[in-house]
Ligand binder design. Sequence first.
Ligand code: ZN
Length: 372
Amino acid sequence: MSLPEPVQHALVRVSHSVLIDVDALAGVRERFDDEQAASLSGYLRSAQSPNTVRAYRSDWIAWAGWCQAEGRQALPADPLDVAVYLAVAADTVKPDGSPAFGPSTLERKSAAISAVHAANGLPSPTRSDVVRLTLRGIRRTRKAQPQRKRPVLLDTLEALLAERPPEGPARTRDALLLLVGFAGALRRSELAGVEFEDVTVDVDPRTHEPLLLIRLGTTKTDQTGKHQQSVVLPRGSRRPTCPVCAFADWTEVLDGKEIIETGLHRCHGYQPGARQGAVFPIINRHGGISAKAMSGRAVAELVKRYAVRAGLDPAMFGGHSLRAGFATQAALGGASDREIMRQGRWTNPRTVHRYIRTANPLEDNAVTRLGL
Ligand SMILES: [Zn+2]
């Protein structure tokens, strides 16, 4: 958190949130509504829109209420108090964990305090460095931490990827296998059955970023393609977890070329050559690549092996299916049922709910409200 040190220090003694209780709010209204709020809106009427005045008024009430609860003085205000107030407001979260106030609302709160000071002929406390730096710190912190939680899925994938052998064709094949199998939520049989004809490198029409499109379920009995399913794997933001780069690497290894891991993406503009056969062939202990595809069982065992090496619960990965691992980990990462069902091609929400309950037993659970 990039807040100025005096603000951090003063935060320690704060006991109340900005969201004050109803009784305190009523008390504040009694004190401020008639005199100060009326004079405030009088001064501002010609300069500000009614909406702004209304917002300023409730902002002032909230500030005054906070000062009352903290035993601080609202007018004239100590700049450090204003900075702490804004920092506390920035840290206030809604029940779903997202911030209660956006940066522009916090700027408005600051502007409201400034306006009331101006209306009373007092210098503005918000012009001081400590307030300006606090608002800047809030803006920067918010920018650095997007609202969405980083999916745990990615952490897990990275942990598995880190356990690959340092060299040899299995290193490259398994990177692709883990990325596709896990992020694509594939059944082990689906993963084992992927052929090069099923894989297309396409471009996301919105971002123009490359992506992998993998057709599943092309069976001999399904010539019409009506029940064909596909999963899409977008380009990874970082090289080690980029499925498109992993695919490009693997085709190159199959062509007998050596991969130099530079850490730079190679997926932009990548066009695979025509190729047939199993994407995930058996590799023997001497690094010989067979033409035969791995079995579904071998895929599951491989993932399980990596999970064990990475210190993860193998039951969650290889044994049952990669899909369970995907759903559980995606749920832990905050993905919605709908999002999980879409990638995993689940049609029954109950299946997904089972994984989510395993992942996050206390979420949406009344037991957390017992006050134990
Ligand atoms: Zn890439």
